[in-house]
Each structure stands twice: as structure tokens, then as C-alpha cells.
Design a protein around this ligand. Structure first.
Ligand code: FAD
Length: 457
């Protein structure tokens, strides 16, 4: 939006009067902290930030924004690299203080509010020896991650986050509160399982939990000149459901800029089985570091946290590869050698197991084939190097053109991935999502997201 509408002070007073949370105007001392998101590249200034405490606050904020003609953005955990949780000149509906979590250990379910992070959710579930699929990094919000599909350490054994989602409390564009589940509204529930923030503000999520106390996890690190062998071993490893492996071309965490190849593993089965399943990786070459062993699941979820500090500058590109051919590996290694920032990484995640036993159109997430999800993650601290880091990510993505498919994971899209990128993220499910968007948000009130524009098609 170009010029922000003038705010009606009476209406604003009415909103503030009943609000349980806080309305932050630009002169409020917490405004600057609240408008910041994980990606330091994002520097937007909302006209107002509605720091909600509960569902009633969210309803009032949606109604107020619509009456005032303000663009709406929705912040869950604030982690999206695309930075669409913040609006320039509109109303940011900020769920950062909506932290309620309740576990029902007998039913093995958990309900959590939209501002919860995976670290917070894991902690409560672990009290009861339970867990569910969450993101790889524990500081990511459950809201955006789940609504986009949600891949993580337990994918092979328990599927995506959406495959464990039982219901969502949703505030619609009309300000209605719906509890959406397979039985209450199968169409909308289908759309919420992958369709991102397109359908309303999700205030509560209900998940299925699974018994899981410890996993066998850790890191195997090799020098970069072993990268080809490491990526081949990763590609060829037989994967039981219990095992999830991420291969990364990464920099040493000491800031030296040393380039390495790493395997990060998480095995949710018995220790003996984990040792057996991981043997080909543990026996490979001459690693510079092997740190694997039993650990609580919430710990494995923090492995990457330090590599993604809040406020660092991020620009990501991603796509699924058809196969991880030797030629694709060569290209990735060559491109990583050209990475300028000692924080940038190239990551490959294998899709297999439970994720791939769900049908392509059973949820809005179409990525149900075994395969390789490639992430080109440019990350840096010095704003002077922004252009070169963005160029590196774009050039690396372009270099992978002969190896990639049209498929893309919506949660890894950048703000400039528009048009076909969103269609590619939904593939055969795009048309049904468009139909749902026209039914539930025909005016595109919720458009600051990887948008399914009801006016297209
Ligand atoms: C370091 C890092 C690691 C990541 N790791 C993973 C991973 O392992 N697996 C994975 O699947 N993804 C991962 N992602 C991507 C992540 O899932 C998305 O960025 C996701 O949007 C983050 O959710 P959030 O709530 O923190 O984000 P936000 O920035 O708060 O929200 C992103 C968008 O989601 C929508 N949204 C957020 N909350 C709500 C809500 N309550 N109701 C309706 N819409 C909402 C809005 O459109 C918003 O613009 C990672 C991202 C980062 C930066």
C-alpha cells in the first residue's frame, strides 16, 4: 500500500479500550522492537501494531483494520525470510504474546496459541514424553511453519506438521471465529493444511502427539574436499522411517570462514537400530568431527539455532531437485565455494517415509514424492554486502536450473518469488486453493503471504 489511510481516533480509542493486549503506535517505546522480525533485511513500519493476547483481540484487530481500510499483516513467530509478517503503513496483527499451550497426555494432543515457537511447544510436550513434527530450528513459529506444511526432524516417522494437525481456531476476514477440523469443515481444513496465511488468522492449533523421549542425533562434519562423497553417501543411504538426515555445505561456526560438508541426523528409533542405520555415514571417510548419540528430542531441535541468529540478513532460494545426480552435486559444491558470507549455506533435505505416504491432494501440500529439497540460504551481517549475497543465492539457483523440478516449498519462498513460484509451490492443488480463497477471502484481505490471489485465473 502506498499512502496509509488517516486513523479515526474515536475508532482507535474504542479498539484500545477493550483490548487485552497492547496497541503500539510508532511513538511507543516497544514499537521498534515489535516491528522487527527474524530477517534483518526487513525494515517496514506499520501504522499500528496490535499485540494481541487472545482471540477476541484478533477479532477486534481484523474488524478495526477492515473498517479503517488498513492493510493487514499477521505475525506468528516472525521467522519468515519473506518478511510478510510486517506491513508498511498497515496494521500488524502480532501474536508474539499469545503463548498458551496445553497438553492432554491421555488423548496425546496439544493445543497451542499462534505466537508459540517450536522450542516452547517441544518443552511442554516433552514433559509428558511426547512430541510432534516441528521445524528444524527451534526459534521458528509454529503458526507460519504449520500453515505452510511444516517439515522437520520427524518427517520420516510422523509426516509433516500438517499431517499431525487436528484442528485450527481461525479468525476469518469477516471477523468470525471458526474451529476448523476435518469434521467441521473439510474443505477449509484441507486448505489450512498448507495454504499458508491465505484464509484468516490462526489463533489456536491442535496437534496429535507421539511418544518420544530421546532420539539418536548429532553431527558428522567433513572437510569441503570430501563434499562429493558426503553428498553421494547421503543420497544413497537407505532411509528407514525413523531416520531423517539433512546434508549441508556449511561454514565453520567459529567465524573463520572454513567451508565444510556436514550431515545432521535424527533417528527416532532404538539406539541399536540407529547405530545400524547410520553405519554407512559413520564409517565414511575421515570426518573432522563426529558428535552423535542419544539426546532428548528438544535438544536436536536446537542444533541449527545458533547458525540463524535473529536480526541477521537473509535471502533464500529453494526448489526440489529431480534427483541428486553427480552433476548436481558437482554444481552445488562449486557454487558453495563461491559463497562470500561465512554464514551462508546450501542444504539438502530428503523427503521419504510418512511424508510420502500421504496423497498429493489429501492436504494442500503437494510434495509427497521421495526426493530432495534444496535450500540456498544466503545469510550475512554486513549490510554493505547485501547485493553480492543476494546475487550469490540467485546465481546458485540459476546454476541449478538443469537439475531442478518446477516444485517449490512454500515456506522457503522469498518475497520476490511471486506468480508462478506460488503456483509451483501448490502444483495440482493450486486450483482448489483458489476456489477456497474465493469462498473464504474473496476480497483478499489476507494478502501479505505467498498469495493465492482470488482475482487471478
Ligand atoms: C532459520 C529458519 C529455519 C526454518 N526452518 C524450517 C523448517 O525446518 N521447516 C519448515 O517447514 N520451515 C522452516 N522455515 C520456514 C518457516 O516455516 C516459515 O518462514 C514460516 O512462515 C515461519 O513461521 P513464523 O510463524 O515464525 O513466521 P511469520 O514471519 O510470523 O509468518 C510468516 C507468514 O505466515 C503467516 N502467518 C503467520 N502466523 C499466522 C497465523 N497465526 N495465522 C495466519 N497466518 C499466519 C503470515 O502470512 C505471515 O506472513 C525456517 C525459517 C527460518 C528463518
Amino acid at each position: 500500500m502506498s499512502a496509509a489511510p488517516t486513523l479515526d481516533t474515536d475508532r482507535l480509542q474504542e479498539l484500545s479500550g477493550a483490548f487485552s493486549g497492547t496497541i503500539l503506535e510508532p511513538d511507543h517505546d516497544r514499537y521498534d522492537e515489535a516491528r522487527r522480525v527474524h530477517n534483518g533485511l526487513i525494515d517496514k513500519r506499520p501504522a499500528l501494531i496490535a499485540r494481541c493476547r487472545g482471540t477476541a483481540d484478533v477479532v477486534d484487530a481484523v474488524v478495526f483494520a477492515r473498517q479503517s481500510g488498513l492493510e493487514i499483516s499477521v505475525r506468528g513467530g516472525g521467522h519468515s525470510v519473506a518478511g510478510q509478517a510486517v506491513t508498511d503503513g498497515g496494521l500488524m496483527i502480532d501474536l508474539a504474546e499469545m503463548k498458551g499451550i496445553h497438553v492432554d497426555p491421555d488423548a496425546r494432543t496439544l493445543r497451542a496459541q499462534g505466537g508459540v515457537t517450536w522450542a516452547e511447544l517441544n518443552r511442554e510436550a516433552a514433559l509428558h514424553g511426547l512430541a510432534t513434527t516441528g521445524g528444524v530450528v527451534s526459534t521458528t513459529g509454529i503458526a507460519g511453519l504449520t500453515l505452510g506444511g511444516g517439515l522437520g526432524w520427524l518427517n520420516g516417522v510422523h509426516g509433516l506438521a500438517v499431517d499431525n494437525l487436528l484442528s485450527v481456531e481461525l479468525v476469518t476476514a469477516a471477523g468470525e471465529v471458526l474451529t476448523v477440523s476435518e469434521s467441521s469443515d473439510p474443505d477449509l481444513f484441507w486448505a489450512l493444511r498448507g495454504g499458508g496465511g491465505n484464509f484468516g488468522v490462526a489463533t489456536w492449533f491442535e496437534y496429535r502427539l507421539h511418544p518420544l523421549r530421546e532420539v539418536f542425533g548429532g553431527l558428522i562434519v567433513h572437510p569441503l574436499d570430501a563434499a562429493h562423497d558426503v553428498l553421494q553417501a547421503f543420497r544413497d543411504l537407505p532411509l528407514p522411517d525413523e531416520l531423517w538426515v539433512v546434508a549441508g555445505l556449511v561454514h565453520a561456526p567459529d567465524g573463520s570462514g572454513a567451508k565444510m560438508s556436514a550431515l545432521v541426523v535424527c533417528h527416532a528409533g532404538a539406539v541399536e537400530q540407529a547405530e545400524r542405520d547410520l553405519e554407512p555415514l559413520l564409517k565414511l571417510g575421515s570426518p573432522v568431527m563426529v558428535e552423535v548419540g542419544p539426546m532428548p528430542y528438544p535438544v536436536v531441535n536446537t542444533f541449527f539455532d545458533e547458525a540463524y541468529p535473529p536480526g541477521a540478513l537473509n535471502y533464500w532460494k529453494s526448489t526440489f531437485l529431480g534427483e541428486l545426480s553427480d552433476a548436481a552435486i558437482d554444481e552445488l559444491v562449486a557454487r558453495f565455494a563461491a559463497a562470500g558470507s561465512p554464514m551462508s549455506a546450501i542444504v539438502v533435505e530428503r523427503f521419504h517415509g510418512a511424508v510420502c505416504r500421504v496423497g498429493v491432494s489429501e492436504t494442500a501440500v503437494p510434495h509427497r514424492e521421495p526426493g530432495f529439497n534444496l535450500g540456498i540460504f544466503a545469510e550475512w551481517l554486513d549490510p554493505e554486502t547485501t547485493e553480492e549475497n543476494i546475487a550469490w543465492a540467485r546465481e546458485t539457483y540459476a546454476a541449478m536450473e538443469p537439475h531442478r523440478t518446477a516444485r517449490r516449498y512454500v515456506n522457503y519462498l522469498s518475497a520476490d518469488d511471486v506468480g508462478d513460484a506460488v503456483k509451483d509451490a501448490y502444483g495440482p492443488n493450486y486450483e482448489r486453493l483458489l476456489e477456497m480463497k474465493r469462498r473464504y477471502d474473496p476480497d483478499n484481505v489476507f494478502h501479505l503471504n505467498h498469495n493465492i490471489d482470488p482475482a487471478t485465473g
